[in-house]
Design a protein around this ligand. Structure first.
Ligand code: SF4
Length: 344
């Protein structure tokens, strides 16, 4: 069994679960016992920090009691997030746990990262003579942020189906894999009555925080944009972003390039993205500036209906009569304006 400090820093590991099963309190003690009050406080703190800062946060890990409370707080935070019953909060929390692990992993030896990868089913090997790591290309593609130039396959050294990466890169792949795993696990869990009772006021508080956040972003003025005139595809992508759902890169690309064609500026576009669970202003600004050509000489054209269909982001079941007359989402939007003018 690994030492308690490692389990406290990486409470998602199987061995941490095993430690809790073998040494942890009963669920009643964990939820009500005075001894475990600190674990409950940290559980709530994990969620608060994830919501506010995108990281579940650091605490003192100096004593054995600190370590145990940190380990016990992890399942509590997970159960509370399920009790809140909101996908935005769950996603934000999953990201907060994964980002926290990523930060800690940057200070670990490569061997430890290999062990964590194995637990997350990432196929990796240490390459002794090159002093780097190689990862199976499918696992690389599943977890790498390939929207960034550095991560694109063409910029990587590949050999017999394996991509060579640094230890830091592996930590980044683990972040994504862990985020997805926690998110998927939480989405399939059912809320427990005991948790709802023990944390009722905090669950209500989190629900209100999320509601407020959604209201604020929904009410944001969108400049010259008329939401009713958007084609079904863009309405869908926008709705998903504003609901805090993770939208695939191609969807974001289609929306940004579409909005750019409608002359929305970077600030107006960023407002739309600020509700996404993985929103990071600096990075999103970089992406938006890249697509719109603000930061480079090239601006990307928004994809037409055929391309949208190829990418699977044209909601065929929601296509209306106008969709059947046009070949580009921009034409849809312009036609809507023209029809309105004619009516006046
Ligand atoms: S047909 Fe074109 S405009 Fe209509 S939903 Fe599909 S992609 Fe959008």
């Amino acid at each position: 069994m690994r030492d308690l400090l490692t389990l406290a820093k990486y409470p998602f590991l199987d061995e941490a679960k095993q430690y809790i099963t073998e040494n942890g309190p009963s669920i009643t003690d964990l939820l009500e016992g005075l001894l475990y009050e600190r674990a409950r406080t940290i559980g709530i703190e994990r969620l608060d920090n994830a919501l506010k800062n995108g990281d579940v946060g650091d605490r003192s890990l100096a004593t054995k009691s600190d370590l145990m409370m940190e380990i016990f707080s992890y399942p509590l935070a997970r159960m509370i997030s399920v009790g809140v019953g909101d996908i935005y909060l769950m996603r934000r929390y999953a990201l907060g746990e994964a980002y926290h692990a990523f930060k800690n992993l940057l200070n670990e030896q490569p061997l430890f990262l290999l062990e964590v990868s194995e637990e997350l089913n990432i196929n990796v090997e240490f390459v002794e003579n090159k002093r780097n790591i190689k990862v199976f290309f499918k696992d690389y593609l599943r977890n790498a942020p390939t929207r960034y130039k550095k991560w694109k396959m063409v910029n990587r050294d590949m050999e017999n189906g394996y991509v060579h990466i640094s230890t830091r890169d592996l930590a980044r792949l683990i972040l994504e894999s862990l985020r997805r795993r926690i998110e998927e696990e939480l989405a399939t869990k059912k809320s427990s009555k005991a948790i709802e009772k023990a944390f009722s006021s905090d669950i209500k508080r989190f629900q209100n925080m999320v509601k407020k956040h959604k209201k604020k972003t929904e009410a944001m003025p969108l400049g010259k944009l008329s939401i009713e005139k958007l084609p079904p595809c863009m309405k869908d992508i926008l709705k998903a972003i504003q609901a805090g759902e993770n939208v695939p890169h191609m969807g974001r690309f289609a929306l940004v390039s579409f909005l750019n064609s409608l002359q929305l500026n970077t600030e107006e576009i960023l407002k739309l993205f600020s509700n996404a669970p993985d929103y990071q202003e600096e990075r999103t600004r970089y992406q938006v500036d890249h697509i719109t050509g603000t930061s480079s000489s090239k601006s990307y054209k928004s994809p037409g209906c055929e391309k949208m269909r190829t990418y699977g982001i044209c909601p065929v079941d929601k296509m209306d009569d106008l969709c059947r007359e046009i070949y580009h989402p921009i034409s849809y939007y312009s036609a809507k304006w023209r029809r309105e003018k004619k009516k006046k």
